[in-house]
Design a protein around this ligand. Structure first.
Ligand code: PXL
Length: 276
């Protein structure tokens, strides 16, 4: 079988296990060739008290042009944190140029958490992000991002499964046929992932909450989902594998007292991702 290629449009961060540093090894373990398109270069991620940050936006178009000249195609495209309206525009153009009819396009609309948008997120970027998500076939928002994309009030952050269903259906009508609302707190001790696939009954993957929230968890989850889905698994199986894999990594971090901003020690369990 022809080996597949996935474009990872994301930042390259040296220390802290996030973005490309997580996604490339994870999809590689799943036999998919990872192609990095950097959005920024950082020494450590932004949860550290100090970091070197080099915005790559002015160079992205030239970088991508060589792939256009090579008539490259990608079987998958995955995006994460984007730093400016212009970067979102570059990503839309990238998808329009390189996605084939049956390519997987996963967009993790990294915009905020706990009912608040990140400080870097302007209203203009929110509007562009709403445009970008229409080009996805997989979307992995948390509750904050789901509400923002729908212009809904986050309120107390409590939504019934009927409400989640209506919200996902509305978002899905704009394009993405598979949506997982990640990291929904459930009865303090659990985390719910709400899975919506167009024309199918919704499903839920529940995992135990282990310790504190850890940066980079979203990148581990989205890359396992992307890899599984590209390898022919159902969306439900992809989410289930991703949530369980992340939980196992988090447990290792807790047991070994790894600081919460060092990311997940996914290296310890890479072989769980390998299939014959
Ligand atoms: O996905 C987490 C992440 C990715 N990239 C950068 C970050 C973070 C989390 O803080 O700062 C640059």
């Amino acid at each position: 079988m022809k080996q597949k290629k996935m474009a990872l449009i994301n930042d390259v961060t040296g220390f802290g296990r996030c973005s490309v540093a997580v996604m490339a090894p994870i999809v590689s373990a799943m036999k998919i060739q990872a192609v990095t398109i950097p959005t920024a270069i950082l020494s450590t991620h932004t949860q550290f008290p100090e970091y070197f940050f080099d915005d790559y936006t002015p160079k992205m178009r030239d970088y991508i042009q060589t792939y256009k000249n090579l008539n490259m195609e990608f079987d998958g495209i995955a995006t994460g944190f984007l730093g400016s309206k212009e970067q979102v525009e570059i990503v839309i153009d990238f998808i329009q140029t390189f996605a084939k009819k049956d390519s997987m396009v996963l967009i993790d609309p990294v915009m905020g958490d706990y009912g608040q948008l990140y400080k870097t997120y302007t209203q203009e970027m929110c509007e562009k992000m709403k445009e970008l998500v229409c080009h996805a076939n997989i979307l992995t928002p948390n509750l904050t991002e789901l509400c923002t994309l729908l212009d809904m009030d986050y309120g107390t952050g409590k939504f019934s499964t009927d409400e989640l269903h209506d919200m996902c259906r509305e978002l899905s009508e704009r394009g993405p046929e598979n949506i997982v609302v990640t990291g929904i707190p459930f009865h303090k001790k659990q985390i719910m992932n709400y899975i919506y696939s167009k024309n199918e009954d919704p499903q839920i993957v529940m995992v135990d909450r282990i310790g504190v929230d850890r940066s980079g968890t979203g990148d581990v989850i989205s890359s396992v989902i992307a890899g599984m889905y590209m390898n022919g698994h159902s969306f439900y199986d992809a989410v289930s594998k991703a949530a369980k894999f992340a939980s196992k990594c988090i447990k290792y971090c807790e047991d070994n007292q790894v600081p919460s901003h060092w990311g997940l020690c996914f290296e310890m369990y890479m072989k769980d991702l390998m299939e014959d």
